[in-house]
Ligand binder design. Structure first.
Ligand code: V47
Length: 369
C-alpha cells in the first residue's frame, strides 16, 4: 500500500492532517487521538499504526514462554468490573500454598520458561512479608527465573498497611528478587469512571507514583488500560496522555497493553467490546504513545483471531504461553487458558510477521523465522 496515496486520498481533512503529521513523525495531540476514536476508518487508522510500528519494530512480533500465577483470589477491594476477586468467606475463595506455587514455577522452568507473572487479589490478612517471601522463595529456588510481580495496587496496599514509602517497599521486593512490575490495576484513570468501577483501590496519581518510583529504582514496568465499560473516548485519551507524560519523564515503561473488558459474572455487567473497537484502540494507542516501543495485543482478552489481526494494525507483541489465566476467564473470556509456543509462532507467522521469542525485557531469546 502506498502510504502517501492513502493519506492524500483520505476525504476527511482532519484524518488527512493526522496522516501528514505522522508521516512527518510529529506527535499526535489528544484532540487528534479523539478524532481517530470517533472515526470508523479502521483500515486507514490501522495502516497508519502499522507504518509507525514497522519503524519501531520492523517485521518482528514478540512472544514469551511464561506463566501467570494468581496466588489468591481473596481481595479487599471488590471492584465491580472484576469477577475474579472474592471475599474470604466465599466458597470460591482460594489461597495457594508455597509448595503449589513452586511446583507451577518448576513446570514452566522445565519447559524453558523464564518469566513468572504474579498477580492476585489483595487479601486483608497478608502482610508485606508475605509478598516479599513469596518472591524470595521463588528466586532462591529458581535463580534464573525473572519475577514480574505485584501491580501498583498491591504495592500501594503494602505501603498503606505498613505505613512505609513506595520506595522502601520496592527496594525490599527488588532485593528479594523482583525484576519488573506488571501493568495491571490501571483500569481507567478518570476519577469519574473509577468511582463507578473501582472506588476503593489506589487512584491514578497513586498508580503513577508507584511506577515513577519503580522506574527511579531501575525496575521497568508495563502499563495497561481497561476499556469498554463506562469510560468515554475522552477518558481513554486522558488515560494514555497521563502514561505518555510519565514515559517522557522516566522512560521506564516497556509496553502498553489495552485490555478489553469482559462483563460476564461481574457486578458492573455491560456488553463486550466490538472487534472494530478492539483494533481501533490498539492502533490509536500505537499512534498516540510515540514514546512506547511496544504495544501488546493480549490474546487472552482479544482472542487469538483479533490478536493476530492486531499484529498488522500497530501491535508487535502477543504476551506469552501464560499456562493458566484466571482473571479474565472469571469474567467469561473465551480464549484458551494457555497456548503452546508452537501455536504462538504459527499465529505470528500466519500474520506475516517474524516470531521473536523474548525475555521480560524484550531482549531476543530466539528468532523463529
Ligand atoms: O488489572 C480484571 C484486568 C488486569 C477484568 O503487565 C479484566 O504484561 C477484562 O494487568 N475484563 C490484570 N479485564 C491483568 C494484567 C496484565 C495481563 C497481561 C500482561 C500484563 C503485563 C498485565 O486484568 C486487571 C484488570 O485491568 N481485568 N477484570 C475483566 N472483567
Amino acid at each position: 500500500m502506498d502510504i502517501e496515496l492513502l493519506i492524500r486520498t483520505q476525504k476527511n481533512k482532519k484524518l488527512r492532517d493526522i496522516g501528514e503529521k505522522l508521516l512527518q513523525e510529529r506527535r499526535l495531540s489528544p484532540e487528534d487521538a479523539l478524532e481517530l476514536f470517533h472515526s470508523n476508518e479502521l483500515t486507514y487508522i490501522g495502516t497508519l499504526a502499522e507504518l509507525v510500528n514497522r519503524k519501531k519494530n520492523g517485521m518482528f512480533a514478540y512472544f514469551i514462554v511464561n506463566r501467570q500465577i494468581n496466588p489468591t483470589n481473596i481481595c479487599v477491594y471488590q471492584c465491580d468490573f472484576c469477577a475474579f476477586g472474592v471475599v474470604k468467606s466465599d466458597p470460591k475463595a482460594y489461597e495457594m500454598g508455597m509448595e503449589e506455587i513452586l511446583s507451577k514455577v518448576r513446570e514452566t522452568y522445565l519447559q524453558g520458561g523464564r518469566e513468572v507473572h504474579i498477580v492476585g487479589g489483595v487479601p486483608p490478612h497478608w502482610k508485606v512479608e508475605d509478598y516479599v517471601s513469596l518472591v524470595r522463595t521463588i528466586k532462591e529456588n529458581f535463580p534464573e527465573m525473572v519475577i514480574k510481580a505485584w501491580t501498583a495496587i498491591e504495592i500501594h496496599h503494602m505501603a498503606k498497611v505498613s505505613k512505609r514509602s513506595y520506595e522502601d517497599i520496592l527496594k525490599e521486593l527488588k532485593d528479594a528478587g523482583l525484576s519488573a512490575i506488571p501493568g495491571g490495576g490501571a483500569e481507567i484513570f478518570s476519577e469519574r469512571a473509577r468511582k463507578i468501577i473501582a472506588p476503593y483501590k489506589a487512584n491514578a496519581q497513586e498508580y503513577l507514583e508507584v511506577h515513577r518510583t519503580a522506574h527511579r529504582l531501575g525496575i521497568p514496568s508495563n502499563a495497561t488500560m481497561l476499556y469498554g465499560h463506562v469510560e468515554t473516548y475522552e477518558e481513554r485519551v486522558e488515560h494514555m496522555q497521563k502514561l505518555r507524560e510519565l514515559q517522557d519523564e522516566t522512560g521506564g515503561f516497556q509496553v502498553f497493553i489495552p485490555l478489553a473488558y469482559w462483563p460476564e459474572g461481574t457486578r458492573l455487567g455491560g456488553k463486550r467490546t466490538s472487534s472494530v473497537d478492539d483494533l481501533k484502540t490498539i492502533a490509536i494507542s500505537r499512534l498516540f504513545l510515540d514514546n512506547f516501543t511496544h504495544i501488546k495485543a493480549y490474546w487472552i482478552t482479544l482472542g487469538e483471531r483479533i490478536a493476530q489481526i492486531a499484529l498488522n494494525m500497530g501491535a508487535d507483541d502477543l504476551d506469552g504461553t501464560i499456562e493458566e489465566e484466571k482473571i479474565v476467564h472469571s469474567a467469561g473470556a473465551k480464549s484458551a487458558y494457555k497456548q503452546s509456543k508452537e501455536k504462538l509462532i504459527k499465529l505470528i507467522k500466519d500474520a506475516g510477521k517474524v516470531p521473536v521469542e523474548r525475555d521480560t525485557f524484550y531482549q531476543v531469546v530466539a528468532i523463529h523465522s
